[in-house]
Design a protein around this ligand. Sequence first.
Ligand SMILES: NC(=O)C1=CN([C@@H]2O[C@H](COP(=O)(O)OP(=O)(O)OC[C@H]3O[C@@H](n4cnc5c(N)ncnc54)[C@H](O)[C@@H]3O)[C@@H](O)[C@H]2O)C=CC1
Ligand SMILES: CC(C)=CCC[C@@H](C)[C@H]1CC[C@H]2C3=C(CC[C@]12C)[C@@]1(C)CCC(=O)C[C@@H]1CC3
Length: 345
Amino acid sequence: MATRVRPSSKRCAVIGGSGFLGRHLVEKLLERGYSVSVFDIRQSYELPGVTFHQGDLCDKQALLPALKDVSLVFHCASPAPASDDRGLFERVNIQGTRIVIQACIEAGVQKLVLTSSASVVFEGTDIKNGREDLPYARKPIDYYTETKIEQEKLVLEACNTERGFLTTAIRPHGIFGPRDPQLVPILVDTARRGKMKFIIGDGTNLVDFTFVENVVHGHILAAEHLRQDSPICGRPYHITNDEPIRFWDFMSEVLVGLGYAAPRYHLPYSLVYGLALLLWLLALILRPLFSFKPTFTPMRVALAGTHHYYSCDRAKQDLGYKPIVSLKDGIARTVESYPHLRQGA
Ligand SMILES: NC(=O)C1=CN([C@@H]2O[C@H](COP(=O)(O)OP(=O)(O)OC[C@H]3O[C@@H](n4cnc5c(N)ncnc54)[C@H](O)[C@@H]3O)[C@@H](O)[C@H]2O)C=CC1
Ligand SMILES: CC(C)=CCC[C@@H](C)[C@H]1CC[C@H]2C3=C(CC[C@]12C)[C@@]1(C)CCC(=O)C[C@@H]1CC3
């Protein structure tokens, strides 16, 4: 009689493993003795101990070989939030996640850890020490957030302890660190174009920025604590640095660290938000004629001018989570890692 080989608990797959967070996660998993199968639409590096599978996660037949003999899957693939392509977000984050779940079940995967986002509850207004029981945003501020909400629901609802398919979702916020293609590069580009002179609002709004290694730590703790009898099954967890900082102090520290001037002049929040909305509408109307991408989108203005920081007490209690890199060290390591983005480089 053929016996089914139980996948090794040290063999896992990272969907989106070529990306910023995905690659940091892969590196830490290797360090911890896992062998890793990466599935991504592109291959951005090579590492011993990693098997790459290139393909679109919406294609189940392409995905299945990457999940063979794997007991644990991390799903951290998504189109970039800066994209304005509603169809792409719906296809990858919603339909694609359905396919990821089906493929995991078909391949006999036991645990699925989704990278969600704390933004699933953000509607553009203040969130102070938000807990996981806040309702999902009723009016999500962009397509990215709208589809991250649906994605998280799909993964958490798929949790089935009786059938032995366990799921959880990590909600990080404002990930930064070496190799981030988004936060620091966009910030520096904006500064180089002379547009980083202004503080939106009074500049006192507190925000979470989370060093990438803390996010990775939260993911691995979640995976290792995910058992049939644990409270983690089917629940989301905020993972932050647990050190809310003024949005504009964070931006200034990074800018000054890289040799740029910190923003100084204040502009009223409602004025900038209104202008960003107008520009976004204009870009939408003019899209058939020519395309332009405004730097200050309504989402970015809302993130820059409101409080949005989250409690990670639930992760502390259920996962034993505690940040392993402080904000100060995280910022220093990030600034050091971008010599090519320094003023004058
Ligand atoms: N960067 C941030 O501040 C935050 C990110 N997140 C979430 O963390 C996850 C990782 O984000 P990052 O590493 O920052 O992004 P990233 O863009 O660096 O990585 C995403 C990866 O997904 C891959 N991908 C996209 N579409 C795919 C498809 N159809 N099939 C296969 N692979 C595909 C990309 O090629 C890329 O390598 C995402 O789910 C994102 O929503 C959540 C909160 C904050
Ligand atoms: C105002 C301005 C031009 C600031 C430049 C920095 C921004 C590009 C980042 C500041 C906060 C960041 C952030 C995200 C993307 C990059 C920023 C807007 C996310 C939207 C990425 C995806 C998420 O899930 C939530 C993040 C919140 C913070």
